[in-house]
Design a binder for this molecule. Structure first.
Ligand SMILES: Cc1ncc(COP(=O)(O)O)c(C=O)c1O
Length: 386
């Protein structure tokens, strides 16, 4: 009888989308996780030129060799052995994530996922027949997971742990010592590390600390040009690993998911990498000044505490308003014309938080924060009266 798979039925739409559906057109937009920039002009021109030159065909599954070589080279400072066979081009980080789980997860396997999480992680594990098991990234630890908490969750079914630094939604990063402890944990239990580093170019102050190049070869990275070159709508990313066996299996999965990535676009990305390599730094500097404004504004509000994020472009403040779920609080924000995401969209432990993406100009951030302050003051005052 015609019906739907248990897998499709088990997966719910994300709580982020729901807010979009409820928002009016004039709401101040803290909802979207995408840079408010355009890709470098030379990349757009190269894209157009490549199409005119007939680059409109299937490519090999792994992608354009020159681009893969270039990507591998950008990681040579920490992993000098990488070459083009260490990279598989995909049609986004989202596509890359699915390829990786398809390659390493068997039905019944467990995968450790950070919570709060990027909302695709648990459903992607489920789609591949596995069970997502979340581990806590607590506010009091600046959202960095503690190995003690991980030890309690691992068992003979656990095959992988996913790390995401800089993090969506928390903006957390790790230092080298924390990274090494997290790698040792995976090594001790013979787990794959799936490392989502799509925000590696948006790190403030210190250098990005990668899970690559730290002496463990069971590491598979997903990455993307969505955030690096503001190409969210282009849908292009990659999987990279020093582990040749992993790359063989992932590339095979990529073939069956989308056959290959986009032909002309790969020339455009190569052009951006070759001739607009400073572009991500310019964007990062702009995000950094916005980050300073939004975290200062939030921390100056009664009942709000907010870690100053060290990477990505999100703040994830804790907001003390009695009796409201984070979704109800986000709806109160909407009534004042502010679109943000409820913390619960990123897992249960996101309750009590909201996520604001600072992907709008500073004047809009200031205007939005005036409204946020008004809502919180109103709700807290009515709180005190009851
Ligand atoms: C943590 C994280 N990983 C992966 C992605 C997927 O990015 P894309 O599919 O645009 O490459 C996103 C997008 O927001 C993200 O925040």
């Amino acid at each position: 009888m015609a019906g739907f798979s248990d897998r499709a039925k088990a997966i719910k739409p994300t709580g982020i989308r729901r807010m979009f559906d409820l928002a009016g057109d004039d709401a101040i937009q803290f909802g979207l996780g995408e840079p408010d920039f355009q890709p470098p002009k030379i990349a757009i021109e190269a894209f157009h030129k490549a199409m005119l030159e007939g680059r409109n065909k299937y490519t090999s599954t792994g992608g354009l060799p020159d681009l893969r070589k270039k990507i591998a080279e950008t990681w040579h400072h920490i992993e000098p052995e990488l070459d083009e066979t260490s990279v598989c081009m995909t049609m986004s980080g989202t596509n890359a994530l699915l390829d990786i789980f398809l390659a390493i997860v068997n039905p019944g396997d467990e995968v450790l996922i950070p919570e709060p999480y990027f909302p695709l992680y648990p459903p992607d594990v489920t789609i591949c027949g596995g069970t997502p098991v979340t581990y806590p990234c607590k506010f009091e630890n600046e959202f960095v997971p503690q190995v003690n908490d991980l030890e309690n969750l691992v068992n003979e079914k656990t095959v992988a742990i996913l790390y995401n630094f800089p993090s969506n939604p928390t903006g957390a990063t790790v230092d080298k010592k924390q990274r090494d402890d997290l790698i040792s944990f995976a090594k001790r239990h013979d787990l794959w590390i799936v490392t989502d580093e799509v925000y590696d170019k948006i790190v403030y102050g210190d250098d990005h600390v990668s899970f690559l190049g730290a002496g463990y070869d069971q590491v598979i990275m997903l990455n993307s040009f969505s955030k690096t070159f503001a190409m969210t709508g282009w849908r292009i990313g990659y999987v990279l690993s020093p582990n040749k066996h992993a790359m063989e299996q992932v590339t095979k999965m990529q073939y069956y998911v989308t056959a290959c990535s986009n032909d002309a676009m790969q020339y455009a990305v190569l052009e951006a990498m070759n001739n607009a390599s400073d572009y991500p730094n310019t964007m990062r500097d702009e995000f950094q000044s916005r980050r300073d404004i939004i975290s200062r504004r939030l921390n100056n509000m009664d009942g709000v505490s907010c870690h100053v994020p060290k990477g990505a472009f999100y703040v994830f403040p804790k907001i003390e308003v009695k009796g409201l779920t984070s979704e109800e609080l986000a709806i109160e924000m909407l009534s004042e014309g502010v679109l943000c995401s409820p913390g619960s969209a990123f897992g249960k432990s996101g309750e009590g938080h909201l996520r604001f993406a600072y992907t709008i100009p500073t004047s809009e951030i200031e205007r939005g924060m005036d409204r946020v302050e008004k809502v919180i003051t109103r709700l807290r005052n009515s709180d005190l009266q009851t």
